[in-house]
Design a protein around this ligand. Sequence first.
Ligand SMILES: Nc1ncnc2c1ncn2[C@@H]1O[C@H](COP(=O)(O)OP(=O)(O)OP(=O)(O)O)[C@@H](O)[C@H]1O
Length: 865
Amino acid sequence: MAQITPMMKQYLEIKAQHQDAFLFFRLGDFYELFFEDAKLAAQELEITLTGRGQGEDRIPMCGVPYHSADQYMSRLIEKGYKIALCEQVEDPKEAKGVVKREVVKMLTPGTMMNGNVIKEKENNYLVALTAFEDQSFGLARTDLTTGECAATLIGDALEDVIHDIASSGTKELVVASDLDETTLKRIIEKCPVTVSYEDKVELDQDYMNLCEDLQSEKLKMSFARLLQYLIRTQKRSLNHLQRVTYYHFDSFMKMDTHTKRNLELTESLREKKKAGSLLAIVDQTVTSMGGRLVKNWLERPLIDQSGIEERLKIVTSFLEFYFEREELRDELRHVYDLERLAGRIAYGSVNARELVQLKRSLEKIPLIKELVGKMVPSLLSKWFHEEDQVFELIELLDRSLVEDPPISVTEGGMIRPGYHEELDTYRDASKNGKQWIAELEQKERQETGIRTLKIGFNKVFGYYIEVTRANTHLLHEGRYERKQTLTNAERYITPELKEKEALILEAEEKMEQLEYDLFVSVREEAKQFLPFIQTLAHSISEIDVLAGFATVSEQRHYVKPTFSKKRDIAIVDGRHPVVETVIEKGQYVANDVHMTKGREMLLITGPNMAGKSTYMRQLALLAVMAQIGCYVPATSCELPIFDQVFTRIGAADDLASGQSTFMVEMLETRYALTKATQNSLILLDEIGRGTSTYDGMALAQAIIEYIHDTVRAKTLFSTHYHELTQLDKELADLQNVHVSAVEENGTVVFLHKVIDGQADRSYGIYVAELAELPSQVTERAETLLKQFEEGTQAQWTNQAQHPPFSEQQLTLFAAEEEAKVEKSVSDTLTGQEEKVLKKLVKKDVLHMTPIEAIQFINELQRLLK
Ligand SMILES: Nc1ncnc2c1ncn2[C@@H]1O[C@H](COP(=O)(O)OP(=O)(O)OP(=O)(O)O)[C@@H](O)[C@H]1O
C-alpha cells in the first residue's frame, strides 16, 4: 500500500485490537467493513463488495446502513461470528482531524440480548472454562438474557467438561489464551461453539456480592473470567446478573452428547428438530420461561430422590384438579417472559409497552397464586413470597404509564395524565394551542369568506394557512406573508400564527423530553424490583413445567414411577413415549422390562426391524422422564435412580473428527466401560458389527463379560450374533430376551413383543426384500444362507477362487440383462430393426459427446431406411 489516509490508519489500529471479529466501522450513516472483513461479510451477507481508493491501492470494502445494521449483525452472529462495533465518539463538527472512534461494544453469540440468535424457548449461554494446575476444571455460565449465573468444578475429566459445555444452549466459550491447544481442540470437535479469550481472573469489586454463595477460590476465579469478559466486551451495566449458584456436576444424571442425541432428548436425530424428540412430548408449557426450564431439566435429570419426588408430588396434585389446572394454564398463557424482561430492564432497553406487559403479567399473579394454593398449598411460601412487591410494582406501572403506549420511547405518549404536574401543564399548553389554531381557522374563514381555507402543519414551515389559488385575491393585502407556492394553492403565515406555533412547539418539545425523562425514572424505579421479578419468573417457570407434566401424563395415560432401593427394574407395559405417538393408534405393543437379580443384563436378539432399538431407548427414556419428575408411559414402573446413562446406538456422527466409525464405536464403549458404575444404565446396540464377524463376536463377548463381572451396571445388549446367546449358561446375571416375529404364508409378521429366550432367526433377507433390493441379490442371499446353515461356508472363505461378491454378481447381472434384452428383441422385430435396437442398447450413451450422438442417430436412421 503506497499511502494510507489518516482514517485508514485509525481503522487499522482499531482492527489490530479486534482480529477475531468483524470490525463494523462507523462512517456517517453507514457501518463500513474493509479488507478481509469486507470480502467475507459480502459473501456471508450477500451484499455488494465495492472498494475504496484507486488502482493497486484499492481497498475491498462493503457497508450496511446504520438504521438497518441490526439485521445484518444478527445474521453474522447467528453464523457464530463476532462483531466489534466501532462508533464515532465525538461530534464530527467539533473534530480536529479524523473523528475519534472507539469500539463501544462487542456483539458475540454468547452475549446477545435480542435478534434472531435468541430463541424464545432456549437459553443462550456464555460459558467460561478455567483449567487449573491440578488438572481440574472450573466452569461458569451465564445467560445474559435472563441473568442466570452458575458455576461448577469438575475433577480431572475432560469428557465431563465437554458434556457440560455441550448441554444445549451454549453459544460461546471463553478460555485463557494459553489454554492447552489439544484440550481446546477436543472441546471444539465435540461442541462447535464460538471461542473467545479472557485472561483476567480477578473478581471485580462491584460484583463481589454475586459470588457470596461460592465457597472456593477456584469457583470464584472461574466466574471472574466470565465476568471480566462481559465487562470488557459489553461496557455497560450488568446489574441484572443473579447470584451465582453452585451446581454439583454429580448431582445430575450424566449423559454424554452422543447419548442425548441418540435418545433424541431435545431434537430428532435426522431432522434436528424438536418435533420427534422427547422434549416435544413433555414440553406442554405455555410460557417461554417454562419452555426453557423444561429443556434444562431434560439436559440434567436429577439423581436426588427427594428432589425427584417433590416434583412428582406436585404433578400428582396438579393431576387431581383438572379444572383448576386448566384455569391456571390459561392464566399462565398471559404471563410475559419475565426473565428476559428483567434482563431488558437492567440493560435499559425495555420500552413502555413491555413495562405495561409486565404490569398485565403481574396482575395475573394473585389468581395464579390462589389456584396454586388450592392444588399445592404447601408450596405457596416457596413460590410466592414478597407479595407486597407485586402490588407495589403494579401500582407504580399503573400510575405512571398509559394502557397502550407506543414502542418508541422518544416520541411521547407513554406517561399517564395526572402522573406529573409539569407534563400535564405542557400537555395543556399544546392542547390549548391546537384548540386556538382550530378556532383561528374558523375565524379566518369567516373574515375572508374563503370556505376552503385551512390551517396545516409540516416539519419545514411549521403551521401555515392554505388558500387555493383562485381565492388568493380575497385575502387582505399585507396581513399574510407568502411562504410556499403549490400547484393550485398558496401557503401563508401570519405573525400571530407564528407566535402561537412557537408556544405549541416548545411545549411539545419539552413534553417529549420530559416524558422520556419520566419514563427513564420509572424504568430505574422498576430496577429495584429486579430480584423479585427474577424469583417470580423462576416460580412461574416451575409451575408451568409441572402443570405441563400433569397435562401430558393425563392425556397419554402415564403412571407415577416409584424408585427401588434394591436397584430393581420392574416396568409393566412400558411404551416408547415418542414412537407410540407416531404409529397408528392402538398399534403400539407395550413391553415389560424386568431386570433384577439374575437378570441384570439382557441380551436382546430378534429380527431386524422388530423393535430392539425402540425397546432399549424406551427404557432409557422412561428413566429420564422419571428423574425429571414426570410420570411415565407404562402401567406400572419401578426403577432405580440411575447416576449415568450410556448408549452406543447407531454411528456415523463423528465422521468430522476423522475417526472411523468402528473406532468411534470402540471409544464410546471404552467411555461407558470405564465410567459406568453399578448404578448406571448401559445400552449397547450391536457392538462389534463394524468389523469382521469373528472379531466382532469376540469383542462383543468380552465386553459383555467385563460389564457382567466388573462394572455390574444394568445393561441392554442387542446383537445379531446368535452364538452369544450361549453366554447365559456361564453368566449368572445375563438373561436372553428376544423380540418375537412369526412367519405366516411366507411373510414375516413382527410382533414387537419382547419375551424371554433367544430368537431363532434374524430375517435380514426378508427385510432386504421389503427394501426392494434386486431379486437376484435376495435370491442369491437365500441360497448362500442355506449353504451357511448347512455348514458349507468354508468354501466361501477362499477369496482367491471367488471374486468379491459385488464384482461377481455385477458381471452376472450384466450378462443376464443382455441376454434378456437380446431375447425379447429378437422375438418381435425384423432383422434390420433388431440390429438397430441392439446397437442402441449396447451404446454407452452417457459418455457420448453431442456430435457423436447426432452421428450415431444418423447411422441408425440410415440402417432403418
Ligand atoms: N413396541 C412396538 N410396537 C409397535 N411398533 C414398534 C414397536 N417397536 C418398534 N416398532 C416399530 O418398528 C420399527 C423398527 O424398530 P427398531 O428400529 O427398534 O428395530 P430394530 O430391531 O432395532 O431394527 P434393526 O435390528 O434393523 O436395527 C420402529 O420404527 C417402529 O415403527
